[in-house]
Every structure is written in structure tokens, then in C-alpha cells.
Design a protein around this ligand. Sequence first.
Ligand code: NAP
Length: 249
Amino acid sequence: MPNLLILGGTTEASALAAAVAERGIPATLSYAGRTVAPRPQPVPVRVGGFGGVEGLACYLREERITHLVDATHPFAAQISANAVAAAADAGVPLLALTRPDWQPVAGDRWTRVADLDAAVAALAGPSERVMLALGRMHVEAFAQQPQHFYLLRFVDVPEMPPKLPSHALVVDCGPFTVDGDHALLAAHGIERVVCKNAGGSGAAAKLAAARALGLPVVMIDRPALPERREVHGVADVLDWVGHGVDRGV
Ligand code: NAP
């Protein structure tokens, strides 16, 4: 019988947890513990770091994990690198469940940058009204460009107010819609959006809204990750675990 460890914190991980629970496949979903109230799950959940590569490898052995699925966010580079190393160390097969990155379409005005520092540098210039669609751990880097007004949207109310001289904070965990994001950008008079190339449909509404409003977007490219086997669908993971269904393809 398989025994999965799913590294989560994403919509994809939750979808996989639902699919394995439905099929009675034993699995544990792991959260880093960044969100105050993660959504309830139909499989057992564990929360918090493992203690680096060694800690994760130890967990894999002790819990007799047969399959490790890295379904973390494409920007969660540390845990994904740890997963590759720990899986090799413990001799447990690893599969990454990821989303394809977004590609610009007609009407998009993207400037692609390599990382957060480059995004901060891209904002050098006169004062603008900027939406930082980035999450609380990354916005304070923009204090280096204090001339701008920043619109922030977080999943939880932060313990400390962000150290950005001029900002507005919206607390909302979505799901976001194009109409809703259009209204939000317009209401705050936003002139530019900064975001990560997360991919997926959930976070894409702001891009469609920015396109409709003709706004430029600073798009942060994904970090490089060690090579690993990658799939984009829950059904592919089930196939890998040996519980695939005939998809008629
Ligand atoms: P990260 O920088 O790659 O990881 C930092 C450390 O957090 C890891 O070394 C690990 O600690 C712990 N960790 C991360 N994900 C974990 C998981 N699923 N289960 C247990 N421990 C985990 O990660 P991050 O960018 O801070 O992201 C943290 C979580 O938020 C991930 O689960 C990710 O899927 C989710 N998330 C991230 C983003 C983003 O933009 N980065 C966006 C949405 C959701 P130890 O070394 O002690 O094991």
C-alpha cells in the first residue's frame, strides 16, 4: 500500500489530498505553518518545518513514506530543493506537481525580472501607485523605493504593520475574480502591478484585470530548482502511485 507525503500550501496540493482521500490512499499533507487557519483537509495534516534535508529524510524513513509529492508553490525554492535531496537520501521516489508558468498574451505589458531584488530595482523612478501582489514576506524589500504608494493584499492580518511609508492593505484569501480585481485596481488608482509568475488560474485574475486596464506588470520569473520529475495534473500523480483511472486517452 502506498503512503504519500504531500508537501502542500497550494490549491494543487489540496486537490491531490481530496483525490487520494476519495480513493482511500494513505497520505499526509504537510504545511509550513505560514497561514493562521489553513483550510480543513480530508487527510491527516502535519504543520511546520522538518529541519532541513536531514529532518525531511528522517521523517520519510520514520513514517515509512513510499511516495513524496512536492506540490509546493513554484517560489518555495528551499523546500523543493530539500525534497530532491531528502528523497535521494532516503531512497523515496519524488514527483513534483506543478503549474505551468504564465505566458504573456496580446495586450499584456510585462517587464520580466529575475528575482525580487530586480523587481525592486525596476521601480526606480517617480512616484506611482503600485499593487504588490506578493505576500507579506516579500513586500518590505520595497521600502527601498519609498516614493510609491503600495496596495498590498494578504491572506491574514499581519502581526506588525508593513514598514512601507504609504500603503493600503486588503486582507482577502480569494478566490479572486477578474471583475473583483479590476474594481480593486481601479478603486486604488493603481498604475503598475508587481507579481510572481506563480501560474495557475487562482491568481491570474489580477493579470487579466491589469490587461483590461492597460497597466504595466513587473513579472518576477521563477527561481531555478534542481532537476526532478514534474507533472501538472492530479491524475498524473495518481497514475504514478498506481491508482490512476482510465482517462480514455
Ligand atoms: P521555502 O522558502 O521553500 O521553505 C522554507 C522552509 O519552510 C523550508 O526549508 C521548510 O523548513 C519549511 N517548509 C516550506 N514548505 C513546507 C511544507 N509544505 N511543509 C513543511 N515545511 C515546509 O518556502 P516558502 O516560500 O516560505 O513557502 C512556505 C509554504 O507556503 C510552502 O508550503 C508553499 O507551498 C506555500 N506558499 C508559498 C508561496 C510563495 O510565494 N513562496 C506562495 C503560496 C504558498 P525545514 O527546512 O525546517 O523543513
